[in-house]
Design a protein. Structure first.
Length: 425
C-alpha cells in the first residue's frame, strides 16, 4: 500500500515538474525529443517567435525567453530561489523522495537560499573568490593543464578525447587544490560529484539512491577534513573560512560542509562543459580557430562568446512569493518560473545575428553566469581555467580537427555538454 502511494505521489510530482522537461520534450514545436536535445536553440527560437513569456506544461509554470525578462526576474525579490517557500511543491517532493534527504530542502546551499541567510553565506565564501586571488592561481593552472595535455599520445595517430583528457579532470583538480584537499582524492570526487546530481532525479529511485549515497559520503568526508583543518590550518579556502569564523562571522558546521559541497558541484561539470562546448565550436568553425591562433589576445573574448552561444547551464528556476504582474502576465503565488538563460543569450532584440559564433563579437554581455544576488561566485575561476585550457591547446597542437563521431549530449535538461569530443591532431 505504502509503495502504491509513493508511486502515485511520484507520478504527481513528475507531472508537476514536467514543465522543466519542456525543453527536451520538443513541446508542440513539431520536433522529436532527440531533435530538441541536439538542437535546443531552434526549439527556444520557435517558442520565442510566439511569445516572450509562455505557460508551460499543463499551465503549471512559466517560461521566460527574452533577455530583458530573464534579467528582470533574477533581480526581482518577489521571486525566490528557496523552494521550501513553496509549501505544496516541497511537500510533494518530500513524499516522492520517500524519506531520502532532498539536498535543496534539507541542506540548502547559498544557491537555494534567499537573504538574509544567502547574504551571510555568500559574504563568507566571497573571501576565497576575490578576483585578484583567483588570478594568482594562473601559474598552477597552467601546470595542471599541461599535465593533462601531456597524457595525449601524439605519436599514435589516433584522435584524443578532449573531455576525458582535459575538460573533466581540470576543474575538479583545481577546486580540490583551492579547498586544500589531497590530489589522491580527486578521482573519487569526480565520481561523487557526478553521482550527486542523482539527488535531483525525483521519482527515479535508483538515481536518487546513488545521489543520496554520494551526498552522505561527501558530507562525512568534508566533516573529517574540517576537523583536521581546525587543528592544522593551511593556505587554502577551507582554512580561510575557518579563520573568518574565528573573527566573528560564523558558519554553522553544516553550512560549512554544504558550502564546500556547492563549490565542488557547481564548479565542476559547468566548467567541463564550457571547455567541451567551446572546443566543439572552434572545431566546427575553423576560420574562428585560425583567428585565435593569429591573435591569442582574443581568447578571453572568444570564451565570452562561447558562454553566450552554448551555456553549460541552460536555465534557472524561481518560485513566486506573491501574485505578481510580470511582463504583461499575472504570475500567481507559488507558481514556478523558468528563466531560460540559453534563450536570452540568443534574443535577436539583444544580440545582432545571435546564432553566429563570432570570437571578435563586440558586445558579448551574456547572462550565462546568472544575474543579481546569485550571480555565479566562481565565474573568474571558470574564465581563467578555460582561458588557460584554450591557450595551451592551441599552442601545443598546430592542427586540430573534428574526428568522425556520434556526438552524445549529457541527458540532464539543465545542462548542455558533450559526453565525448574526439579531436584529430
Ligand atoms: C562555466 C562555468 C560556470 C557556469 C556556466 C556557472 C553558472 C552559474 C549560474 C547560472 C549561477 C546562478 C544560478 C541561479 O541564479 O539560480 C551560478 C551560481 C553559482 N556558481 Fe557558478 N557557474 C560556473 C562555474 C562555477 C565555478 C567554477 C564555481 C566555483 C568553484 C561556481 C560556483 C557557484 C556558486 C557557489 C553559485 C551560487 C552563488 C549564489 O547563490 O550566490 N560556479 N553559477
Amino acid at each position: 500500500m505504502k509503495q502504491y502511494l509513493v508511486s502515485k505521489i511520484t507520478q504527481l510530482v513528475r507531472s508537476i515538474l514536467k514543465w522543466v522537461d519542456y525543453r527536451i520534450t520538443g513541446g508542440d514545436s513539431g520536433m522529436t525529443d532527440e531533435e530538441a536535445i541536439a538542437a535546443p536553440y531552434e526549439h527556444y527560437a520557435r517558442i520565442r517567435a510566439r511569445a516572450s513569456i509562455v505557460r508551460t506544461h499543463r499551465n503549471r509554470g512559466w517560461m521566460l525567453l527574452d533577455f530583458d525578462d530573464v534579467q528582470s526576474l533574477l533581480l526581482d525579490h518577489r521571486f525566490s530561489a528557496d523552494l521550501r517557500k513553496n509549501p505544496f511543491l516541497s511537500k510533494m517532493i518530500r513524499m516522492a523522495a520517500d524519506g531520502r534527504t532532498v539536498s535543496f530542502l534539507d541542506n540548502p546551499t547559498m544557491l537555494n537560499l534567499d537573504p538574509p541567510d544567502h547574504t551571510r553565506l555568500r559574504k563568507l565564501a566571497n573571501h576565497g573568490f576575490v578576483h585578484k586571488s583567483i588570478l594568482a592561481l594562473e601559474p598552477r593552472i597552467i601546470s595542471l593543464v599541461d599535465e593533462c595535455i601531456d597524457t595525449v599520445d601524439v605519436g599514435s595517430g589516433k584522435p584524443f578525447d578532449v573531455i576525458e583528457t582535459l575538460a573533466k579532470p581540470l576543474p575538479v583538480r583545481v577546486i580540490a587544490e583551492l579547498l586544500g584537499l589531497p590530489q589522491e582524492d580527486v578521482s573519487r570526487f569526480q565520481q561523487l560529484s557526478t553521482d550527486f546530481i542523482g539527488i535531483t532525479a525525483i521519482g527515479n529511485s535508483e538515481l536518487m539512491d546513488i545521489g543520496t549515497a554520494a551526498a552522505e559520503e561527501l558530507e562525512a568526508y568534508f566533516d573529517q577534513v574540517i576537523t583536521h583543518k581546525r587543528q592544522h590550518p593551511g593556505d587554502d579556502l577551507i582554512s580561510q573560512l575557518l579563520e573568518v569564523e574565528e573573527q566573528g562571522d560564523r558558519l554553522a558546521a553544516r553550512e560549512l560542509v554544504s558550502t564546500c559541497i556547492v563549490l565542488l558541484i557547481a564548479g565542476h561539470e559547468t566548467t567541463t562543459h564550457l571547455i567541451g562546448n567551446g572546443m566543439h565550436l572552434l572545431l566546427d568553425h575553423p576560420e574562428q580557430m585560425q583567428q585565435l591562433r593569429d591573435n591569442p589576445a582574443l581568447i578571453p573574448n572568444a570564451i565570452e562568446e562561447m558562454l553566450r552561444i552554448e551555456p553549460p547551464v541552460q536555465f534557472t528556476v524561481r518560485t513566486a512569493l506573491e501574485d505578481v504582474e510580470f511582463s504583461g502576465q499575472k504570475i500567481r503565488k507559488n507558481q514556478l518560473v523558468m528563466a531560460v538563460l540559453a534563450s536570452a543569450n540568443r534574443d535577436p532584440k539583444r544580440f545582432p545575428f545571435p546564432n553566429d559564433f563570432d570570437v571578435a563579437r563586440e558586445d558579448v554581455n551574456h547572462i550565462t553566469f546568472g544575474y543579481g544576488i546569485h550571480l555565479c561566485l566562481g565565474m573568474s575561476l571558470a574564465r581563467l581555467e578555460s582561458k588557460v585550457a584554450f591557450e595551451r591547446l592551441l599552442a601545443r597542437f598546430d592542427t586540430m580537427s573534428l574526428a568522425e563521431q556520434d556526438i552524445a549530449f549529457v541527458p540532464v535538461p539543465l545542462n548542455r555538454g558533450r559526453q565525448q569530443l574526439l579531436v584529430n591532431i
